[in-house]
Design a protein around this ligand. Structure first.
Ligand SMILES: [Zn+2]
Length: 266
């Protein structure tokens, strides 16, 4: 009776000894796998891979891991031949035949340039993984719809007592004339907090907008009309308007604190 426990113990020890080798092998394999995953995460940190939910997690983790370090890892200036850096402004309207390839968004009644669809999806998913809730307030607009928007704003101001000229001037501070809006490229998107969908000064204080301002470059977007650059952009600060330029260009412009206008003027 009393040697039963011993026998059991001995058996256990024997079993452990027999298992030791394969177990150690498994740990080595597991260690190698973890190392590989860590290496992959590092390599992919600046480039969220398209596709799965796993890619979204990678993007979210990358957010915490990589901070811009201009002194040691400064991005190279992008090429002005890159079509993603297209400058559209009052002074530089779009070509009349410009027709971007578009993709319809899933959750909102807007389209965006096909090339910016996946980066946008990944950016919003990464923010959502941190508990944020976004609403896309605008994306692609045809030149006709931009014209309609502009005319409606002018009419509203005229009905409030402004002259036609005053109304056009005031409207142009906020709304680009047809042909001159980035929204016509499909590369611009207005994003707000679901809790506060107002396009005004309160938007920049929402956790969603704070997060986007810090992280949008990682997904290839820039804040196109930042505060303090109104003289350069010719547009009042819009904390909700993001423009897709690609990751490398977004990183460069963000590090250098350059607007797209300044990049083109340099
Ligand atoms: Zn906008």
């Amino acid at each position: 009776m009393n040697h039963t426990p011993q026998r059991t113990r001995r058996r256990t020890t024997k079993r452990k000894q027999q298992r030791r080798k394969p177990l150690r092998g498994r740990f080595v394999l597991l260690g190698a796998a973890v190392l590989l995953v860590l290496l992959l995460l590092r390599c992919g940190a600046d480039e969220p891979q398209p596709g799965s939910a796993a890619a979204d997690e990678t993007a979210a983790e990358a957010t915490a891991e990589t901070q811009p370090v201009p002194a040691t890892q400064a991005a190279d200036p992008p090429s002005k031949d890159d079509p993603l850096l297209l400058l559209v402004s009052r002074a530089q309207p779009l070509a009349g035949d410009y027709a971007p390839e578009l993709t319809q968004l899933h959750d909102w009644p807007y389209s965006i340039a096909a090339i910016a669809y996946e980066p946008l999806r990944q950016m919003l998913a990464a923010g959502r993984a941190e508990g944020l809730s976004f609403t896309v307030a605008s994306a692609y607009r045809s030149t006709d719809s931009q014209r309609q928007l502009f005319d409606e704003d002018v009419e509203a101001r005229v009905s409030e007592g402004m002259t036609e000229d005053e109304a056009r001037e005031e409207t142009a501070r906020w709304t680009m004339p047809p042909g001159c809006s980035e929204h016509e490229t499909g590369l611009a998107v207005d994003i707000v907090a679901t809790d506060n969908q107002r396009l005004d000064d309160t938007q920049e204080q929402t956790p969603e907008t704070i997060w986007l301002h810090e992280n949008c470059w990682r997904f290839g977007f820039i804040l196109r009309y930042p505060a303090g650059k109104e003289d350069v952009t010719g547009i009042d600060y819009e904390s909700w308007h993001y423009r897709y330029v690609g990751i490398e260009a977004a990183r460069y412009l963000t590090e250098q604190q350059l607007t797209l206008d300044e990049f083109w003027a340099s």
